[in-house]
Design a protein around this ligand. Structure first.
Ligand code: ITT
Length: 219
């Protein structure tokens, strides 16, 4: 976990925060909206902001890309932006696809294309050696682009040998949670909202944000 609030000065926080959620991935967006749920923040999506930009993900780590997505979008929109970078790291592939998860099978790859490529690369790898984890790195940037809050979450599992279930997105039909003997594709939203990389990062992020909002309302 990594959380930093050092950059926040109380006076810079508005009383009712409005965040743009800095993602163009609709399924990721829905999960973020569900996880932010009851916080007293007003959420705006990039679809509501036609002048939003597509930020180039030139980083080689989740942290670098999440910072880029939050910071560049915030500066461009002159708004608070909460962005995240996420992906799956497979041990037998030395951590690949990692930050390249969305583009594993090519720049315009669909989730199905990426899943096929992953299964293909793991053809000769036995189940016992197919461990993997998801990572989610959240970053909040203020309108100047400065990063003021960060949180990370991971979720560990195993890549199974064929897609199972239709819930979630991305690699979820292949990502088996050993404790449940089911993939995220089979388990659905309730379990994913409790134990996913995004849920874990968001719990850490929410605690910090809640604290800041509470401090602010007491001023
Ligand atoms: P934005 O950059 O606009 O947020 P993106 O889909 O390009 O959208 P990323 O670069 O962070 O986002 O790539 C995330 C990819 O990692 C995503 O497309 C999936 O392939 C995979 N991934 C991340 N979280 C996942 C999850 O909860 N379930 C399944 N796959 C996930």
């Amino acid at each position: 976990m990594q959380i930093s609030t050092a950059g926040i000065e109380r006076s810079r926080l508005p009383r009712m925060m409005q965040f743009a959620l800095g993602t163009h991935n609709r399924k990721k967006l829905v999960e973020l909206q569900e996880l932010l749920g009851d916080l007293p923040v007003e959420l705006v999506t990039l679809a509501d902001l036609p002048h939003a930009i597509a930020v180039n993900e030139t980083g080689i780590t989740f942290v670098e890309n999440a910072r880029l997505k939050a910071s560049e979008q915030a500066r461009h929109l002159q708004m608070w932006v909460l962005a995240e970078d996420s992906g799956i790291s497979v041990d037998a592939l030395h951590g690949r696809p990692g930050v390249y998860s969305a583009r594993f099978a090519g720049p315009t790859a669909s989730d199905e294309d990426n899943n096929r490529r992953l299964l293909h690369e793991l053809t000769a790898v036995p189940q016992a050696a197919r461990s993997a984890h998801y990572t989610c790195q959240l970053c909040l940037a203020e309108p100047s682009g400065e990063i003021v809050l960060e949180a990370t979450g991971e979720c560990h599992g195993v890549i199974c040998d064929h897609p199972r279930g239709n819930h979630g997105f991305g690699y979820d039909p292949l990502f088996l949670i050993p404790e449940y003997h089911k993939t995220f594709g089979q388990l659905g939203g309730t379990v994913k909202r409790a134990i996913s990389h995004r849920a874990r990062a968001m719990r850490r992020f929410r605690m910090q944000l809640q604290q800041l909002l509470t401090q602010q309302s007491a001023v």
